[in-house]
Design a protein around this ligand. Structure first.
Ligand code: SF4
Length: 204
């Protein structure tokens, strides 16, 4: 099947998914958005209040900050793929539960397979844990790793910098360093098929 069609069908499936309890409290599922040929995929945690209302990722204050950070490295949100670990809003903005993340992981796996990004940027603890189980974001943020031929960088969630202004300079510095990483990844070989196998992890 054409990958563009498959990505659209995946979003349609997510919009009516009932595979975990988060479907009970959502208003709109938030499948994620971006071009099929995006070189970079940003993976956040889960939809917040505004995302749940609009069915789009990163549309609140954290989204505006993300757009600012992208502009700083010459990118617009239309050029990157933006999604979350869970596609429906955890009630009251609580953390997503392990079984909810597990239930939703098939959709994120499919998005990574279809978009096949050269660079994956995890935003926050939950997407970081997919690639770096047990790691602490305070130690890992901004550092690039190669996983299956793909560059994976863990970053603080933009919302963290909004809630804790002392983090903001660090988040801005991590993003500034992302630009050259993306440039290097664009000219690297096509990534291998997606694998989250931590044994493939090695220092970049
Ligand atoms: Fe389905 Fe994911 Fe929404 Fe749970 S969070 S209902 S698994 S789309």
């Amino acid at each position: 099947m054409d990958a563009e069609v498959e990505l659209r069908q995946l979003a349609a499936t997510i919009n009516v998914c009932t595979d975990c309890r988060l479907h009970l409290s959502r208003k709109l599922a938030v499948p994620g958005e971006g071009p099929l040929n995006a070189a970079v995929m940003f993976i956040g945690e889960g939809p917040g209040f505004h995302e749940n209302e609009q069915g789009r990722p990163f549309v609140g204050a954290a989204g505006r900050f993300l757009e600012e950070l992208l502009a700083g490295i010459g990118l617009t949100r239309e050029q990157v793929f933006i999604c979350n670990v869970v596609k429906c809003r955890p009630p009251g903005n609580r953390d997503p539960a392990p079984d909810e993340i597990e239930a939703c992981s098939k959709y994120l796996d499919a998005q990574i397979r279809l978009v096949n990004p050269r660079v994956i940027v995890t935003l926050g603890r939950f997407s970081m844990a997919r690639y770096f189980p047990g790691a602490r974001i305070s130690a890992l943020h901004g550092k690039a790793r190669q996983i299956g031929g793909r560059t994976v960088v863990a970053m603080y969630h933009p919302a963290a910098a909004l809630h804790q202004p002392s983090l903001r300079p660090q988040v801005e510095a991590d993003f500034a360093a992302l630009g050259p990483l993306i440039d290097a990844a664009r000219v690297a070989e096509e990534p291998a098929p997606y694998s989250a196998d931590p044994t493939q992890l090695k220092l970049f």
